[in-house]
Design a protein around this ligand. Structure first.
Ligand code: ASP
Length: 358
């Protein structure tokens, strides 16, 4: 990781961590075709330099490139690096707040990951960590990156009344808890926030804020960040018309440790999967059931009774449930080594049963 500090490391500052994405993208023909571009081309130091002259007076900025990728290529190792960088910054007395520039394709996964591994620390350190990105590349006419970055920097630096330290996200003038991100539109400027309870940046809405506080009140302990190479292997499998048993059986000779089943409707899956999933559970593969509909809650024992090795995802979407299951399996492995009687279901419940913000 490199940093472009023009100020001493001990001067109070905001830290901007660059992960890449469209906010750092370049289109070869931005006037004619702004949506044909490559993500992760511009350094985070350049993105910061573009807005530095308009950040509030007295706010110093330091940037650090953690990765510069198209976020559809996000790996477990990237999450480990980002999580460790965020934790280090949260514990650094000179860092007042953290902004992360990220691709929107998988910002959903990163939002959940940071909430579960760093949310308590951010709260106890009274620092905001703000994820942001863009839907248009940096050289497109009307690019949304600079205003999103500016909103994130303002939110990270100002003492907006009562908005506690925590993990948030900002896009298109609105803010939400990062664990509520879910990209559900291919092109809209607010794509990752479409289903998220949100508040306009700079004008925090009291009912949204009470939801944030309700989540923080029950989040008692951050889960460990898995070390690179130690992330449990979890796949998302989608049930659909004509689903075949082979979609499940082909995994049974692999080292996979968990499946997230993106089911239809309430999160039910094709009858053709029942027998092979029984075999998967008998092998110790962890199962989480969610809905492929894109919204709503997947409740236990609805529409049918759940098998003992299968857990409903609550409000977690399939991408979020996948990361949650990885973190829960990792935490359970570590608990076992430490002689604690906690299972992946215990850890998964802590994440899936958080209050929903309304
Ligand atoms: N494919 C891009 C990425 O996730 C999309 C974006 O950033 O909006 O990196």
């Amino acid at each position: 990781m490199s940093s472009n500090s023009l100020i001493s490391e001990n001067t109070p500052h905001l830290l901007v961590l660059g992960m890449g994405g469209t906010i750092a993208g370049l289109a070869p023909n931005p006037q004619e075709n702004p949506l044909q571009y490559e993500a992760g081309q511009v350094g985070v130091d350049t993105l910061v330099a573009q807005v530095e002259s308009v950040v509030p007076v007295g706010v110093n900025l330091v940037s650090r490139q953690v990765a510069n990728i198209n976020s559809r290529n996000l790996t477990d190792a990237h999450l480990t690096s980002l999580g460790l960088a965020v934790r280090e910054a949260l514990l650094d007395a000179a860092v007042r707040g953290i902004v992360i520039t990220h691709g929107t394709d998988t910002i959903e996964e990163t939002g959940l990951f940071l909430q579960v591994t760093c949310g308590k620390l951010a709260q106890s350190q009274s620092k905001r960590v703000i994820l942001t990105g863009a839907m248009l590349p940096s050289n497109a006419p009307g690019a949304d990156g600079p205003s999103n970055l500016l909103d994130a920097l303002r939110w990270a630096s100002t003492s907006i009344d009562n908005c506690p330290g925590g993990i948030y996200a900002v896009m298109d003038g609105r803010g939400c808890m990062a664990m509520d991100l879910s990209k559900r539109h291919a092109t809209a400027l607010n794509a990752p926030l479409q289903n998220a309870p949100s508040s306009s940046v700079g004008l925090i809405n009291p009912s949204w804020l009470s939801g944030v506080k309700a989540v923080q009140a029950v989040w008692s302990e951050d889960l460990p960040i898995p070390r690179e190479g130690e992330w449990p292997w979890v796949e998302i499998l989608t049930s659909h018309a004509g689903a075949r048993p082979q979609t499940i059986t082909q995994w049974l000779t692999s080292a996979v440790q968990g499946f997230v089943l993106a089911g239809s409707g309430h999160g039910g899956f094709h009858d053709g999967w029942v027998k092979p999933l029984d075999e998967a559970m008998a092998q110790g593969i962890a199962l989480v059931r969610t809905t492929r509909t894109g919204a709503g809650t997947t409740l236990p024992n609805i529409p049918e009774l759940d098998a003992p090795g299968c857990r409903a995802s609550g409000s977690l979407t399939a991408p979020r449930a996948r990361v949650a299951l990885q973190l829960a399996l990792n935490a359970a492995n570590l608990a076992k080594k430490a002689g604690k009687p906690l299972t992946w279901q215990d850890y998964f419940a802590r994440i899936a049963d958080l209050p929903e913000i309304r």
